[in-house]
Design a protein around this ligand. Structure first.
Ligand code: KOT
Length: 797
């Protein structure tokens, strides 16, 4: 394990190297350098300091023949990479001093880096937190994914409506990756399978090349660095010279552009319906490239194939890489000449699968027709896998059924361990989607409750609170987060609570300044900041929040001199571009914001803001400034949540349902520091069976009725009575997510929040107690769980 050489990280050495890079890597002199130039020069300087620990880690893994973990994920939602390096190498202060000495504003330089938005939300951000923890814990690991040319779309609002535009992070120089032109694998699609003497061989119709790009991911204090290897699609033959010579200039580059299409864009759907041919190709593309790479590395170390599971553990991040099962079998049988049955067993012993959602529309299935056309050999192998499974346990559960290939069943059957992402979710996985498979393979399903990296989600994003914590309990909590419990004895200490409160206030001011500068919004920083940040989805119920906002507005207007608790409701999040109802909810929030923020009677008491284009970097500003965390999903629908953990950790108590990891958060922080409301998961199921449950709930709730009637009357849409017809019809007649049934309970919980917040000292104590008791939710704890219970991959430390 490498120790950073302290001489290479002084402000002077940094400054010298920044100037050197500016001159020799960018060809600029300081007088003419732009913000961008300074940022690239600083980044190259920092990158130089990552390379040594990175090499040392790779060397140590090879020499020690350590087991490696491979995390296969369609998404890695990393955000700004410069931050990871600065945080983990502890270079913040020295980099600031160096940049200041060069006449540059350090914060502006860091903020100039575009977010790497190679993910939609929770699933992708979890993968990024896991990479941070794997390196911090010195577990040899590779993340494998796709190097999308365009990450998640950019959102802006026109008349309150979401508009999307292409994101283009790679238009700027991306200095954190190392291109590896020599690491390239052919990836085949289509064609047919020829069988001779019982030997199958795949004669593909189309081939592209997967080309590797490596980003070092350095852990806390730079003692270990793993690799994030992202694949870009390239044509097998760069250019069709024959067509070009014939004068067919467009035809000459068709193959190239078709091939590149595969890694062109991230699909913008988060737990919503997917199922396009290109998506299946993307999934196979990165999975097949990763498996070839894994086997090559494994065989280069001289191991026998039969020992694969002793040296390799592969984790499938949901079913997107579930084709890994049949692909690994294909490589073992067709390329390495193993028999089918032992190949299936070997593959299973190597693979594990994490389920991240129970929502039926997000459970992947491909039509047999499409699947067998794109991957004919894999279709055959899946039939073999299914036959082996029947042989073992009987025919109750099929992989291919009703004309579909079901990826959840495939992933389950081909995994040695299947895990859910919170205690409640894992129980529901056992009781619902995989009840039958759970009975056939008892013990295969286990739980690993999600976590978040405290380096980025406390230390880096919240310097004010970081200082209070370190002043109180000393340093070392960043990689041992349970030490936050040492704050507990200070929870009644006036000095500590004052300092905690001051930190929160300064974070609120920082956010207000940023919102003013970037979005032209003015916030009352004395008000409670009530934050709901996440993808827009019916099950997350942003519409429950906005309905409560309307009802509160009505109450305030009826009694303007009442003892109200001033609030700013802050929303952030994107909707999948094809998700019509989610987009209506966005527009409704913006319409309500416009109306309320103009009301002279109420606007100092209740304000609604919705800055556009929520992303990781915006989350890093919002989370430390939040007073109240909205986690209000329909019970049973949010697999875990991780925003809930980040907010609570940063001193923002939760108002929430008993859903996902909320349940465990409440157990940890204590019920008096959590505002619970709503139906439980089993009550939700029961209520849905009742006749006219939504209309009845509306009828017996005067506040809800009034809010819905105001929307219907066009009160927020300039008299347009039809604008929110879809939202209203949905609530009255379908309300699958029980917004109406939970409304009163939610409204009451919010009034309990109001009362609690008026006792400022009491509130600060609740907030600080949240911080003190959230140590368990570090992704280091989660990764230790995977390492011990799933991967059998110890730290090399
Ligand atoms: C599913 C299909 C396509 C794209 C994304 C998903 C997805 C995302 N499934 N689950 N998630 C979220 O994963 C997070 C990390 O485990 C959870 O905290 C969150 O509850 C899931 O909604």
């Amino acid at each position: 394990m490498l120790q950073i050489n302290p001489e290479t990280v002084t402000p002077d050495s940094l400054r010298t190297d920044i100037e050197k890079h500016l001159k020799f890597s960018l060809g600029k002199d300081a007088a003419h350098a732009s913000l961008y130039d300074w940022r690239i020069a600083l980044s190259l300087t920092l990158r130089d300091r990552v390379v040594e620990p990175w090499f040392a880690s790779t060397r140590q893994t090879y020499e020690g023949k350590h087991k490696r973990v491979y995390y296969l994920s369609m998404e890695f939602l990393i955000g700004r990479l410069i931050e990871d390096v600065i945080i983990n190498l502890d270079l913040e202060e020295n980099a600031r001093v160096a940049m200041n000495a060069l006449g540059q504003d350090y914060h502006a330089v860091v903020a100039d880096e575009p977010d790497a938005a190679l993910g939609n939300g929770g699933l992708g951000r979890l993968a990024a937190c896991f990479m941070d923890s794997l390196s911090t814990l010195a577990i040899p690991a590779y993340g494998y994914g796709i190097r999308y040319e365009h990450g998640l779309f950019e959102q802006h609002f026109e008349n309150g409506q979401q508009m999307e535009s292409a994101e283009a992070w790679l238009e700027q120089r991306h200095v954190w990756e190392f291109e590896r032109p020599e690491v390239a694998y052919p990836i085949h699609f289509g064609g047919h399978v020829r069988t001779e003497n019982g030997q199958a061989s795949w004669e593909p119709g189309e081939t592209v090349v997967a080309s590797a790009h490596d980003t070092p991911t350095v852990g806390w204090q730079g003692k270990w660095a793993n690799t994030l290897r992202l694949w870009a699609a390239k044509p097998a033959a760069l250019f069709d010279l024959e067509s070009f010579n014939r004068g067919d200039y467009i035809g000459a580059s068709v193959a190239e552009s078709l091939a590149r299409t595969i890694s062109r864009v991230l699909y913008p759907d988060d737990t919503t319906e997917v199922g396009k041919e290109l998506r299946l190709k993307q999934e196979y593309f990165f999975t097949a490239a990763s498996l070839q790479d894994i086997l090559r590395r494994f065989l280069s170390e001289g191991h026998a194939l039969a020992t694969l599971p002793d040296h390799v553990a592969i984790q499938l991040n949901d079913t997107h890489p579930a084709i890994a099962g049949p692909e690994l079998v294909r490589l073992l049988v067709d390329v390495h000449s193993l028999e089918m049955e032992p190949a299936i067993e070997l593959a299973r012993a190597t693979l594990n699968y994490t389920n991240h959602t129970l929502l039926p529309e997000a459970l992947e299935r491909w039509s047999e027709g499409l699947f067998s056309r794109i991957l004919p050999r894999h279709y055959q192998i899946i039939q073999h896998i299914e036959a082996a499974h029947f042989e073992r346990v009987g025919t109750q559960v099929r992989i291919i059924e009703d004309g579909n290939v079901k990826m959840g069943e495939l992933a389950f059957i081909m995994a040695s361990h299947v895990n859910g992402v919170s205690a409640l979710h894992s129980d529901l996985v056992k009781e619902t989607v995989f009840a039958d498979l759970n009975a056939l393979y008892p013990g295969r399903i286990l739980n690993q409750t999600n976590g978040v990296t405290p380096r980025r989600w406390l230390h880096a994003c919240n310097p004010a609170l970081r200082r209070v914590i370190t002043d109180t309990i000393g340093t070392g909590w960043q990689d041992d987060l349970e030490r936050l419990s040492e704050l507990e004895p200070n929870l009644d200490d006036t000095g500590f609570l004052d300092a905690y409160d001051t930190a929160k206030r300064s974070n609120k001011q920082r956010l207000a300044q940023w919102l003013k500068a970037e979005h032209g919004m003015s916030l009352n920083t004395d008000a409670m900041f009530d934050v709901q940040i996440k993808r827009i989805h019916e099950y997350k119920r942003q519409h429950l929040n906005i309905l409560e906002t309307i009802a509160l507005w009505n109450d305030i207007r009826a009694n303007p001199d009442g003892d109200w608790t001033p609030r700013v409701k802050i929303f952030g999040g994107k909707a999948a571009p094809g998700y019509v109802l989610a987009k209506s909810i966005i527009r409704l929030i913006n319409d309500v914001a416009k109306t309320l923020n103009q009301d002279p009677v109420t606007r100092d008491l209740l304000q609604v803001v919705y800055p556009e284009n929520y992303n990781v970097s915006m989350a890093e500003l919002l989370i430390p400034a939040s007073d109240l965390s909205e986690q209000i999903s329909t019970a049973g629908k949010e697999a875990s949540g991780t925003g809930n953990m980040k907010l609570s950790l940063n001193g923002s108590p939760t108002i929430g349902t008993l859903d996902g990891a909320n349940v465990e958060i409440r157990d940890h922080v204590g019920e008096e520091n959590f505002f619970l409301f709503g139906l439980t998961a089993s009550e939700v199921e029961a209520r849905r069976a009742e006749h006219a449950y939504a209309r009845n709930a509306i009828k017996y709730s005067p506040r809800l009725s009034m809010a819905l009637e105001q929307i219907a009357a066009g009160e927020f849409s300039g008299g347009d009575k039809t604008r929110y017809q879809d939202v209203l019809t949905n609530l009255y007649d379908h309300d699958y997510f029980l917004v109406t049934c939970d409304f009163d309970s939610y409204f009451d919980a919010q009034r309990r929040v109001d009362a609690a917040y008026r006792d400022q000292r009491g509130w600060t104590r609740k907030a600080a107690t949240n911080t003190a008791r959230m140590g368990w939710f570090s992704s280091d704890r989660t990764i230790r769980g995977y390492a011990e219970e799933i991967w059998n991959a110890p730290s090399v430390r």
